[in-house]
Design a protein around this ligand. Structure first.
Ligand code: KG4
Ligand code: ZN
Length: 350
């Protein structure tokens, strides 16, 4: 079964073709980074207009690269949550048009779950169950335990900033370009993390009823502000100049603190839930330090760590096609009244 996947949930317009949920035939992503860069973040109105312009040719290009036509497609999967509703609406409308015109089954997909399902496209094969999955993106930092590809339970989440959001905000603070993740990763090369030590926060630890698998990154961002610019610094100050430490050290220290917390918490989750497999997904999973650190730490404990290739960690539609394939395979269908939602679906076992 060949599934056409479409994603327009944030600032990338993406289309892809995937066979049987495991073989990526093509994946096209039209990035809007240049449009949003001078604003330091995604401007929803600009994102929507760009999706309208890009979506038709991105779908056509995905078909061209796979050497297919719509006549070869067996189903259409589209992200319909979570995300910017007006942005989601563009991809959903195109998906409905294709489904209607070609009389194809249509399914809506949750973007966060799709980030987990990207692991089925990893070299070496997808995860075996049960497993623990960490999704680290611009909007989410969430830990799930999966008993099958479609049975996921949320076991930990950020209480404030998402990991990617923290990367973006700290980058802005220290004068690095948007998006902050790749900028911080590049700036950290040659930096000395030990020269700029930062706290590791695990919010629920030790608190009565506290969830030891939750995350918190907003305090870390504030710690960077005070350590880099002094106790009098204020986050909304227009321009913060002359940090008290080299930018490379700040970037390395921050990256190390985030990676450390993500790895430790994920390993704790695997132990608590008695699983032997870990899945990593979402834009921050493109970070080399995180990928290496998770692999090394997991390997030391005899855990199998599944991480999709970098380009399938950041937003793409191949993961949407995989996720849709699971629903289509199970005989699920959505109608042409499929809605868009800003929030994720509740996990199947929340
Ligand atoms: O999954 P994604 O592409 O979009 C969302 O669903 O949010 O994630 C985007 C986030 C951004 O915050 C970006 O700064 C971060 O992923 N990111 C990275 C890297 N590449 C992207 N963070 C750390 N290191 C990277 N190499
Ligand atoms: Zn994403």
């Amino acid at each position: 079964m060949i599934v056409l996947g479409i994603d327009s949930s944030c600032d990338e317009t993406a289309a892809a073709l995937v066979r049987d949920g495991v073989a990526c035939l093509s994946s096209v992503v039209a990035s809007q980074v240049e449009l949003h860069r001078r604003f330091g973040g995604v401007v929803p109105e600009i994102a929507c207009r760009a999706h309208v312009e890009n979506c038709p040719w991105v779908v056509a290009e995905a078909l061209r690269r796979a050497d297919l036509t719509l006549a070869d497609v067996d189903g259409v999967a589209v992200t319909n949550r979570p995300g910017l509703v007006n942005a989601l609406l563009v991809g959903v409308t195109v998906a409905k048009a294709v489904a209607l015109a070609r009389d194809l089954p249509l399914v809506g997909v949750d973007h966060i779950v799709a980030h987990i399902h990207a692991s089925f496209l990893a070299a070496g094969g997808g995860p075996r169950f049960p497993c623990v999955a960490l999704v680290v993106s611009g909007g989410h930092t969430s830990l799930y335990v999966l008993r099958s590809a479609t049975d996921h339970e949320l076991i930990g989440a950020t209480l404030d900033d998402a990991a990617g959001e923290a990367f973006d905000k700290v980058a802005r603070l220290i004068g690095l370009a948007y998006p902050g993740g790749p900028s911080i990763e590049a700036a950290a090369v040659g930096g000395d993390a030990a020269a700029f030590p930062l706290p590791r926060t695990s919010p629920g630890r030790g608190a009565p009823g506290g969830n030891t698998l939750d995350f918190s990154f907003s305090g870390l961002k504030t710690a960077v502000l005070y350590r880099a610019f002094g106790q009098d610094a204020r986050p909304r100050q227009a321009v913060l100049r002359d940090p008290l430490a080299p930018v490379a050290d700040i970037a390395a220290g921050f990256q190390e603190a985030v990676v450390d917390v993500l790895v430790r918490t994920t390993l704790r989750a695997a132990k608590q839930h008695g699983v032997r497999e870990i899945v990593l997904g979402g834009g921050v999973a493109a970070n080399t330090r995180l990928r290496e650190s998770m692999r090394r730490a997991g390997g030391r404990r005899g855990l199998r760590v599944v991480i999709p290739p970098r380009e399938l960690c950041t937003d793409n539609a191949a993961m949407v096609a995989v996720s849709g394939w699971f629903r289509l395979r199970d005989g699920e269908r959505d109608g042409l009244d499929l809605d868009c939602h800003p929030r994720p679906v509740r996990a199947s076992r929340d």
